[in-house]
Ligand binder design. Structure first.
Ligand SMILES: *Cc1c(COP(=O)(O)O)cnc(C)c1O
Length: 224
């Protein structure tokens, strides 16, 4: 069941890439598995999915030992500073980094494990519709601060459009994030590599791809 949905999602990704004159190989599909039981997650891992996204540290820990170890784990939901230790132990990529306070905690915990933690900086492109994320105007100075934290590596940006039934309404928000991403790309240095632009969910991933996303986070369209 999930596999059939997955195939539909993949072909929609391919079609969106064609429209945008892009190659589907550029797009990293992160299957968002919050609320999904391990057997169904292992099913998509068996079908070649590598990246899975979870929303909450606690839920991830409860599933961790039941999930095939080929999985690369992404945290996509808000992270509280007091859970930074568990997050660093569990996730390959923390996509939801939105404060310097949190960066400092992640850096400290990854240092203890001699790990360099890959992160994306979450940018609030949806105005007041969402609580979390660095404001677009602050993104540049926020990225500049990352140089002070040797145990993290910034791999790009993550953002969410405000929820809407109409995918087209996400377009201006995604365009804005792509522009911020493009303006930061020149800042690749030391522990900053602007490689991934993570935007687009079940509702609006095709629009996100048309606007330049190279990482999409898709849950309900696969696990409905
Ligand atoms: C749940 C979630 C997704 C996936 O949403 P779907 O609508 O189920 O595709 C993507 N990103 C984040 C941050 C999420 O919390």
């Amino acid at each position: 069941m999930s596999i059939a949905n997955l195939e539909v999602v993949k072909s929609r990704i391919t079609k969106a890439c064609k429209r945008a004159c892009r190659s589907p190989e550029e797009i990293v599909l992160v299957c968002v598995t919050k609320g999904v039981e391990p057997s169904r997650i292992n099913e998509v891992l068996g079908a070649g999915i590598v990246h899975i996204g979870e929303n909450r540290v606690q839920e991830s820990l409860s599933k961790y030992n039941s999930i095939a170890d080929t999985a690369i784990w992404h945290l996509v939901g808000h992270l509280q500073t007091n859970k930074a230790k568990k997050a660093v132990e569990t996730f390959s990529v923390i996509q939801s980094v939105d404060s310097l306070h949190l960066v400092a905690a992640i850096d400290r915990e990854s240092g203890k494990l001699s790990k360099v933690q890959d992160i994306l900086v979450q940018v609030k492109i949806s105005g007041e519709a969402q609580k979390f994320g660095v404001s677009p105007d602050d993104a540049d100075s926020f990225i500049g601060e990352m140089l002070k934290y040797p145990n993290i590596r910034v791999l790009g940006l993550m953002g969410m459009a405000p929820f809407s039934e109409d995918p087209e309404s996400s377009r201006p928000h995604f365009r804005r994030l792509r522009e911020i991403f493009a303006s930061l790309k020149g800042r690749t240095l030391n522990n900053i590599e602007m490689r991934f632009l993570s935007m687009g969910m079940s509702q609006d991933f095709e629009v996100a791809i048309e606007e330049g996303a190279n990482m999409v986070r898709i849950g309900s369209a696969i696990f409905k």
